[in-house]
Unconditional design. Structure first.
Length: 119
C-alpha cells in the first residue's frame, strides 16, 4: 500500500500560494500545493475507491467503498495542478470544473463536492 501524503508546513503553503497568486509560482510550488491538498483530501475522505490524479505531481486513493488494488481503478478523477489547487481552495466550484472540462471524472463516487474546498 502506498504511503499517505503529509500536509506541508503552513508557512510553506502560504509562501507557495502567495507566489501562485502573484504569477511567480515555480514547478516546486505547484508540487508542494498539489501534494498538500491531496494529503488533506486523504484525511477528509479516507478510503480506496476513487483515484484522484494530478499529473505529474501525485495521485491518491480516497473515498470509502470498493477497494482498488491493481490495474485501472474503477473510479478516477484527473485534473491539472492549477485546477486542483483552485478546487481545493474554493476559488473554483466542482460543477464548473466539470462543465468546463477541467476535470475528468469517471466511475462511482467521483463527485468530490462534499469534500471540497479543503482550505
Amino acid at each position: 500500500m502506498p504511503a499517505r501524503l503529509r500536509p506541508a508546513p503552513a508557512a510553506d503553503v502560504a509562501a507557495a500560494r502567495e507566489r501562485l497568486s502573484a504569477g511567480t509560482a515555480e514547478r516546486t510550488d505547484l508540487k508542494l500545493l498539489v501534494k498538500h491538498y491531496l494529503a488533506l483530501l486523504e484525511a477528509r475522505a479516507p478510503g480506496r475507491s476513487v483515484e484522484v490524479r494530478v499529473p505529474p505531481y501525485a495521485a491518491v486513493q480516497v473515498v470509502e467503498g470498493v477497494r482498488h488494488t491493481r490495474g485501472t481503478p474503477p473510479a478516477v478523477v484527473e485534473t491539472d495542478a492549477e485546477t486542483w489547487i483552485a478546487l481545493a481552495t474554493g476559488s473554483m466550484a466542482w460543477v464548473d470544473a466539470l462543465t468546463d472540462g477541467k476535470v475528468i471524472a469517471s466511475g462511482e463516487r467521483t463527485d468530490l463536492t462534499s469534500y471540497l474546498p479543503l482550505a
